[in-house]
Write a protein that binds this ligand. Sequence first.
Ligand SMILES: Cc1cc2nc3c(=O)[nH]c(=O)nc-3n(C[C@H](O)[C@H](O)[C@H](O)COP(=O)(O)OP(=O)(O)OC[C@H]3O[C@@H](n4cnc5c(N)ncnc54)[C@H](O)[C@@H]3O)c2cc1C
Length: 505
Amino acid sequence: MEHSGVDADVVIAGAGPTGLMLACELRLAGVDVLVVERLAQRTGESRAGGMHSRTLEVLDQRGILDRFTEIGAPQPVGHFSGLYLEFDEAESRHPYPLMILQTDIERLLEEWAVDLGVRIRRSSEVTAISQNSSGVTVELGTTPGPARTILTRYLVGCDGGRSTVRKLSGIGFPGTPATMTALIGDVELPELTEDYIWVRRCPTGDYSVIAFEPGWHRVIASEYDRAAERDEPVTFEQLRASLFRLAGTDFGMRNPRWVSRFSDAARQAARYRAGRVLLAGDAAHIHFPAGGQGLNLGVQDAVNLGWKLAAVVHGQAPESLLDTYHRERHPVGERVLHNTRAQSALARPGPHTDALRDVFGDLLQFDDVNRQLCGMLTALNLHYPIDGDHPLTGRRVPDVDLKTADGATRVYELLHAARPVLVDLHGSAEVAAAVDGWADRVDLVEATSVAGHWIVPDLDELSVPAALLVRPDGHVAWAAATDEPPDTSALRAALATWFGPPRQI
Ligand SMILES: Cc1cc2nc3c(=O)[nH]c(=O)nc-3n(C[C@H](O)[C@H](O)[C@H](O)COP(=O)(O)OP(=O)(O)OC[C@H]3O[C@@H](n4cnc5c(N)ncnc54)[C@H](O)[C@@H]3O)c2cc1C
């Protein structure tokens, strides 16, 4: 084993969407980060087909959303197990799913990462790890070349559903096994006469055909009478035969660009942290891809973890801050597993499920039901367990228009640098004095709110704050109401909890 001499404060295993997003978040915070990726180059597998509102907001918070909207296509509706959902325009500036393939998402994230100075080392597979109180030793199988050992202070496994990092760190992956098999492929269908086919139900399953690009279709054929073995190979012929069984035709299927398989297996890491090793994205959770939540969940894990890990690496915050990552994100993953299990139950063939879908479809006509499911799928209604009386506390900050001494801005523009921001809307001297000890880490912005709603999703309430402390991930850590003096001791407590002790002045 040769020592490469390469080390980094944080090593990320896996250059998928989660690993790349996390690398960018860490670089924005000035952390030296190395991404190691098993593959020599990106696969080109299309996989995920879109991003939801909260992910679009997160990209907007970093000032890179335009790169994605330039090539993606906003969709008029979303869906829950194939039943249409309508988004409420009042809840976000981006009240739509953006159709964009995972290949393009990964390419754009990688370009951003390279711009920010992230080092990405391909053909490097994590094969062994050991940790002690000061760091983690990571063994890499590299192709070509001899195996190497690198040293890092923290290792984050973003290495997908079969995560080697998770297994090597002894973290359990409990859940429910597959009960069905879905084959998916990007193919040409010269005999298809419709533009697309939306979830056509059949006696043994269902199929859909979605148009992604001129001439190319994504076929998904789901059968509920068998669960494939995990390591069974996937072939184009299997996809063709499955579609034949379901639809009675293969629409002349030819020229596969990509064929894969998924199931309704749903598992979640028992812990997101084992000492200096953390997990994010599919390494921490796998589930039925219904509703298109997996990639979104991983990107949002990364945005929750990045600034916390950076604060710990820089010695600004104690290691215990990392436990809030598990505390906040594990229940979110659990909620997604739960709703995808419900979606797979609603997708099962048979007259009983047909009836259930009819009833469910009727319920979706009620605004509150539609809104509840939209909030869940888009993650706009997330509420982290953060102490505080103001209804915005723990929720994602709405992107309200602001006016500052420098001109017009929006809340999300204030978050581009991924630093915490204290927005003071009443020009309070007490608030300014309270934040002084954190002036090296927290940006104080005096502003007035000129438009937009301080609406709290899923609470029918307008909650205009007098001041609010926004974490780099866009969640509100503290807020003051307009009708009483700001509680500056609660503000100081929030600053210390999230950003470490004040500097000595
Ligand atoms: C068929 C299919 C359809 C899907 N459709 C959707 C959808 O419509 N919407 C949606 O949101 N999600 C969808 N998903 C889920 C989505 O693709 C995943 O949630 C997403 O890719 C997770 O990103 P990740 O970065 O966490 O993991 P991955 O994308 O799996 O990336 C992990 C990376 O780690 C690398 N790696 C693995 N092991 C090692 C190692 N030991 N050392 C170094 N590198 C390693 C891998 O090569 C890979 O590049 C779908 C998934 C599948 C399979």
